[in-house]
Design a protein around this ligand. Structure first.
Ligand SMILES: NC(=O)c1ccc[n+]([C@@H]2O[C@H](COP(=O)([O-])OP(=O)(O)OC[C@H]3O[C@@H](n4cnc5c(N)ncnc54)[C@H](OP(=O)(O)O)[C@@H]3O)[C@@H](O)[C@H]2O)c1
Length: 319
C-alpha cells in the first residue's frame, strides 16, 4: 500500500471516528433521562438523588435552603431547583426553569414530606393543616404543574408514601392520614394517566434513616402542642426518644433503588413495599388483610374463606 493511500485511509478513519464519537455523545445527551425529585436535601430524597445521578440520570433536585441548593449543584448529573411544595409561585418558577432547559421531564418523584405526630384529640388543627399541606397538597400541586411535561414524555410519576399509608397506629394519626391520602391519589392518578401512557406508582418505605423524626421533635418543642398536661403524656417521652434518634435506622439505599425501578423498569409496579425487616412487612400486610376481613365481616354479600382465596388467586394472576 502506498504511503499516500495509507494517509488517506488514516484521515478517513480519524474523521469517521470523530463523527461517530460526536454522534454517540449527541445521542447520549439526548437520551439522558431527566427526573425531578422534591425534598432532595436530606434522607430518602437525597439518597434517590444520589442513586439516580450515579446511574446517569439527570436529577433536578428540589430544595429550599441556599446551602442545600449549593451542595446539590456540586454533584455530578444534578441541578438544584428551589422548590417549596407549599408555594405555588416557586412551583410555577420551577416549571419555567425546567421547561426552559429544553430537555423535557421524564419522571417526577413527589418525595418531600414532614411528620406531625401526637394525639388526634389534642393536636391543633393548624398542625394537621400543615401536615396535609406538605404531604398531600404538595404532591397534588407539583403533579398538576408538571403533568403537561410528563404527558409529553410519556413519563412516570411516583410518590413517597409510607407503610403508614396502610398502618394507622396510635399517635401517628395525622401522618397516617396524609399517607393514606397518597394511596388514593396514586390509584386515581394511575387510572387517569393511562390514556397518556404515563405510569404511576407509590413507594411505601418502613423506617429508614432520615431527618424526619428529628424535625418532628424540633417542631414539637417549638410549638409545644403535646406536653406533660396531655392525657397521653406517658407516650410522649418514648415517642420523642424514638423519633429523635435515627442512628439505628437503616440507610435508605433500597428505597432509592425501588424508585429507580418504578421510574425506568419495563414493568413498573403500582406499589413498592420497601421495609428494613420482616416484621414491618408482616405488620403491614397483616393490616391490609385485617381491613379486607373487616370489610367482609357480617354483611349481606360476605364471601366465604374459599371464595376469598379464589379471589386472591385471580388477583395474583393479574399482577
Ligand atoms: N424515613 C422514613 O423512615 C420514612 C418512611 C416512610 C416514608 N417516608 C417519607 O419519605 C419522604 C422523605 O422523608 P425523609 O424520611 O427522607 O425525611 P427528611 O430527611 O426530613 O427529608 C424530608 C425532605 O422533605 C423536604 N421538605 C419538607 N417540607 C418541605 C416543603 N414544604 N417543600 C419542599 N420540601 C420540603 C425537606 O427539606 P428541608 O431540608 O428544607 O426541610 C427534606 O428534603 C417523606 O415523604 C416521608 O414521609 C420516610
Amino acid at each position: 500500500m502506498s504511503n499516500s493511500f495509507q494517509v488517506i485511509i488514516f484521515l478517513f478513519l480519524s474523521v469517521f471516528s470523530c463523527v461517530g464519537f460526536a454522534g454517540n455523545n449527541e445521542s447520549q445527551k439526548t437520551k439522558q433521562k431527566t427526573v425531578l425529585v422534591t425534598g432532595a436535601s436530606s434522607g430518602i430524597g437525597l439518597k434517590i438523588t444520589q442513586v439516580l445521578s450515579k446511574n446517569g440520570y439527570l436529577v433536578y433536585a428540589g430544595a429550599r435552603r441556599d446551602s442545600d441548593l449549593k451542595r446539590l449543584d456540586a454533584m455530578d448529573n444534578v441541578e438544584s431547583v428551589r422548590l417549596d411544595v407549599t408555594d405555588q409561585a416557586q412551583i410555577d418558577a420551577a416549571v419555567k426553569k425546567i421547561a426552559g432547559k429544553g430537555r423535557g421531564l421524564d419522571a417526577l418523584v413527589n418525595n418531600a414530606g414532614i411528620a406531625v405526630i401526637g394525639p388526634l384529640i389534642e393536636v391543633p388543627v393548624e398542625e394537621l393543616d400543615w401536615q396535609l399541606n406538605v404531604n398531600v397538597l404538595g404532591p397534588y400541586r407539583v403533579t398538576q404543574a408538571f403533568a403537561p411535561m410528563i404527558i409529553e414524555s410519556k413519563g412516570r410519576i411516583t410518590t413517597t408514601g409510607s407503610i403508614s399509608g396502610i398502618l394507622s397506629g396510635s399517635m401517628f394519626g395525622q401522618y397516617s392520614m396524609s399517607k393514606h391520602a397518597i394511596e388514593a391519589f396514586t390509584d386515581s392518578l394511575a387510572t387517569e394517566m393511562e390514556r397518556f401512557d404515563v405510569q404511576v406508582s407509590v413507594i411505601e418505605p418502613g423506617n429508614y434513616a432520615s431527618k424526619i423524626g428529628e424535625s418532628f421533635v424540633k417542631r414539637l418543642e417549638k410549638k409545644g402542642y403535646w406536653g406533660e398536661d396531655s392525657a397521653y403524656a406517658n407516650e410522649l417521652a418514648g415517642m420523642k426518644a424514638g423519633m429523635g434518634n435515627a442512628s439505628q435506622s437503616k440507610d435508605p439505599q433500597e428505597v432509592a433503588e425501588a424508585v429507580m425501578h418504578a421510574l425506568f423498569s419495563d414493568k413498573p409496579k403500582r406499589r413498592y413495599l420497601v421495609v428494613p425487616n420482616a416484621s414491618q412487612a408482616y405488620f403491614t400486610l397483616g393490616q391490609a388483610m385485617t381491613e379486607l376481613l373487616q370489610l367482609n365481616q357480617d354483611q349481606p354479600y360476605s364471601f366465604t374463606r374459599d371464595q376469598l382465596i379464589e379471589m386472591m388467586d385471580a388477583q395474583m394472576k393479574s399482577l
